[in-house]
Design a protein around this ligand. Structure first.
Ligand code: SF4
Length: 424
């Protein structure tokens, strides 16, 4: 694949991303630190739900600088996560995106100008995080993605629930306002990919109403729909709407097998989730998602010791699901795999190594080749990342958060992962 430089990524030219609060960023992987937000000259973030937010934010100084840096082969700071993954040998979102949008590369390069300007006519893909309405309180999450986390979060950060930022997150509702969907409709005219996450996107009725409008315009058969979902709900409307789109792809967020998942992704019910996964798998052809099913697992201190159990479940229980994507948790740092004491790190490594050895000839044939190579190299990358740095100094913070969440949720880490007992 011929790209203008080794740090070049197609997304800033063809892709629009809006986070839960409606801020525009180059993509979901781009950092959201204060100085990396796409803002106007007054320092106000451009918003996807403002009448001119997308038009102005698309060619802001921030976006043009990112494009200029990429054309010159520099690594933009906002894209640090991708380059960190690549340096660890993990396939980055940049690499996956360049491959996904390869047919557009020549056109984008031909249209590129040195000042970083890009026409909105090149827009082919939209990714919206539809606010922070979610039915779960995953341990590593925050009120930005699930407003149900507000009270725990406020307590653990020793701030009041009436703090202006928390009040703002409590009231986030742009994704359910009709005026937003009208503004948004005009940008959706030429797109070929439409991605929703949240919060939990399958809880948002307005998203389904919007799909109905796309179907009415006759565009649906040209659009690939995709979701990141916790799949704890399976609304009836998907069975009518999704088959009308060109293709549907579904990434299910799942952080372990059975009790480990229920522990991290509270208060999800494993039996319901397992049933929903199997229903989607068995109806994959009707739903247009037979080659678009996958899992995303956030690798963290809570699940690294049980990762082998999840991989076995994912490999053995389905006809269509592709290899799971393993995403390293970098934040909050006290949940990172790096905080584990040396003994537990060694145990995690030995379990993963003996699992991959034992499973060497049992991987599903649909994962063979690149999928399996990616999974195995990601496992190696996870191990390298964990072993590279000792952050066991964060164990007290890990315990503080775990104890508080265990108490408020009526859970107990030590019954789920008793290997932690000597350290509690
Ligand atoms: S390099 Fe990575 S973070 Fe930057 S825009 Fe591309 S995918 Fe997103």
């Amino acid at each position: 694949m011929k790209t203008p430089s080794n740090s070049w990524c197609i997304l800033p030219w063809v892709h629009l991303f809006a986070c839960e609060q409606g801020f525009l960023r180059p993509c979901c992987m781009a950092l959201e630190d204060k100085d990396m937000i796409n803002r106007d000259a007054k320092g106000e973030p451009y918003l996807v739900h403002d009448a001119d937010g997308v038009k102005e934010g698309w060619n802001s100084d921030f976006m043009r600088n990112i494009r200029k840096q990429m054309l010159l082969g520099e690594r933009p700071s906002a894209c640090r996560r991708c380059f960190r993954d690549e340096d660890l040998g993990i396939r980055s979102y940049r690499q996956m995106s360049n491959e996904l949008f390869e047919p557009y590369i020549d056109e984008v390069v031909a249209e590129s100008s040195d000042d970083g300007f890009s026409s909105l006519d090149l827009l082919r893909s939209i990714d919206l995080r539809l606010g922070n309405l979610c039915n779960l309180r995953c341990r590593m999450c925050s009120p930005v993605s699930s407003k149900a986390m507000l009270n725990e979060w406020a307590h653990l950060h020793s701030i009041s629930t009436t703090h202006p930022q928390l009040e703002h997150l409590q009231k986030l509702d742009w994704f359910s306002r009709e005026d937003f969907w009208q503004i948004f409709e005009k940008y959706a005219k030429h797109i070929e990919r439409l991605h929703f996450a949240g919060g939990e996107p399958l809880l948002i009725n307005q998203m389904f109403d919007f799909l109905e409008r796309i179907i009415e315009t006759g565009q649906a058969s040209k659009i690939t729909l995709s979701y990141i979902t916790n799949l704890t709900v399976l609304p009836k409307r998907i069975f009518d709407l999704w088959p009308k789109f060109k293709r549907v792809s579904l990434t299910t967020s799942i952080d372990g097998y059975g009790a480990v998942n229920s522990f991290i992704r509270y208060p999800s019910n494993w039996e319901t989730l397992d049933k929903n996964l199997k229903k989607i798998d068995s109806q994959a052809e009707h739903l247009n998602c037979s080659d678009g099913l996958t899992f995303n697992l956030t690798v963290q201190a809570y699940n690294i010791l049980r990762l082998d159990e999840f991989l076995e479940y994912a490999a053995s229980s389905f006809q269509h699901f592709g290899r799971p994507k393993l995403s390293l948790l970098y934040y909050p740092e006290h949940f990172s795999v790096r905080i584990l004491p040396a003994e537990l790190k060694e145990l995690a490594v030995s379990r993963l190594k003996s699992f991959t050895k034992r499973f060497a000839d049992k991987w599903p044939s649909r994962w063979s080749g690149k999928q399996l190579d990616d999974l195995l190299s990601t496992i190696d990358g996870v191990i390298d990342y964990m072993m590279e740095t000792d952050r066991s100094d964060l164990l007290p913070e890990f315990r503080r958060w775990t104890d508080h969440m265990d108490a408020t949720r009526g859970q107990n880490l030590l019954t789920i992962v008793p290997e932690f007992s000597p350290f509690f």
